[in-house]
Design a protein. Structure first.
Length: 148
């Protein structure tokens, strides 16, 4: 069984210099944006069009938006309404990934050298970690995940 290298990163609470430096140091080949909304003005340097430009110019890194790996508006709004009840959010998001059958719509090879991007600064309470764990469970542990 060949392993696939994947990483995750968040852009809040970091500078552009630190963010892009971590991607370059990790040897990331492509950034897969797993945010539902990737055009918010609050995203600063991580606004979709700007980010794609910076990634290409700074490190020759490709960019793609993959809403298949994002929670729905309903799940996001419920999380905010429920004052950040992580266990409830986690259960709803895991059920959504199961319903979407993401493990059969993607392949490990598609994610080799990729970095999943979301806004949260750490992976602990972020859906990007849940995506990696879910896929690893369904793909027999092939993913070697590094949280940047």
């Amino acid at each position: 069984m060949e392993h696939v290298r994947i990483s995750t990163i968040g852009f809040t609470k970091t500078s552009a210099e630190d963010f892009f430096g971590r991607l370059l140091k990790a040897g990331v080949k492509k950034v897969v944006d797993v945010r539902l909304h990737n055009t918010s003005q609050l995203a600063g340097f991580a606004k979709a069009d700007d980010l794609a430009y910076f990634l290409k110019k700074i490190g020759g890194i490709s960019y793609t938006h993959q809403p298949l790996l994002a929670p729905t508006d309903v799940i996001l709004k419920a999380f905010k309404r429920d004052n950040g009840d992580w266990s409830r959010y986690e259960g709803q998001f895991l059920a959504l990934m199961t319903e979407r059958k993401i493990e059969s719509r993607l392949s490990p090879e598609m994610l080799d050298g990729a970095c999943l991007l979301c806004s949260e600064d750490t992976p602990h309470h972020c859906h990007r970690r849940l995506v990696c764990e879910y896929l690893n469970d369904h793909w027999g542990g092939r993913l070697r995940v590094q949280h940047l």
